[in-house]
Write a protein that binds this ligand. Sequence first.
Ligand SMILES: [Zn+2]
Ligand SMILES: [Zn+2]
Length: 368
Amino acid sequence: MKRAQIVKPYEPLVVDTVAIPEPPPKGVVVKTSYSGVCHTDLHQWDNEISEGSNLVQFIDNPDYKLPVVPGHEMSGIVHSVGSQQDQGDDPLKVGDRVALYPWIGCGKCGFCNNGDSNICAKNLWLGFMLPGGYASYIIVPESKFAVKLPDSIPLDVACMFSCSGLTTYSAVVTARPAVEKAIVRKGKANLLIIGAGGLGLWSTQIAKHLFKVSTIITVADVNEEKLKVARERGAHETVCWDPSVSDGNAIQEAMKIGGYDAIIDYVNTTKTTNRAFHCLGMGGLLVMVGLFGGQAQYSLPKMVFCGKGVQGVIVGTLQSMKDMIKLVADEKLISPPMKYLKLEDVTETLKILREGKMTGRGVIDFNL
Ligand SMILES: [Zn+2]
Ligand SMILES: [Zn+2]
């Protein structure tokens, strides 16, 4: 099988060929069909992330070591099944079409037992601590982490459920109580989505389906072209936060329709979080998702007097991924645009992503 590994930060990924692995007793081996290239892969390639004045190591986990096969958005076909696979109601079979849930935890702690393995402190994520999707075959330690797909969902779309799709679903679900409370209090709600990339586009559609009435969805981005796509995917309002616009004007523009009851920030820099904080209305909730880095300063009394809240979201649970797959299948949601690439071109793609010139989701197509 072919794989691409990060051997050293910033250096081109090394592509080589090794033997197809055997399935673990309780798991499966999946033949990869598609593997998404996530912005997080860039931070992983750099092995550092900005905290504002500091750069910190990308991941603080003693089990994270280079070289690593990155990639945590994968779909494919079950290639082989372990000898002790869970024989529940509908066991996986060779040939099943699946999307992989990469946010695997220790399986023993309270978080894992509650279904929250994405925030287990001893995470064993595919693409980080365990080999990931930049490979033509993937070992899935337990078969439950390979989720069967409805026939109506193509495998290229399905790879996005592992991270970008799941993250947006979790973010919208996290914002939901604030939106629903606002509707009870005022008869309507304002939701602001910052970032009209792949995540923002998923989010706009999910919000439209989960908040069917009385919610005005506004999307902010630096790029007018991306905002056009956001409008096509259901945004009621858009605001262009062109880099030349001052914070004051950007906030004023976004606030034309009033304060926001919930804001989902897919960028999450010092600049966007500052703007978001000022745009939050009474009782508003800021949901932080982006990992672009930085630090925040909030007015502490305003947090108290205005009952504002902040919540971070890191990907989502296995159950949320299943719920999202059902929503996409039932409501026929349209995925963000994709750009297909070969495994050998992944370093070049990461560079394009760094320059912010990627339109749509870069997806490695293992048939190319
Ligand atoms: Zn990701
Ligand atoms: Zn755990």
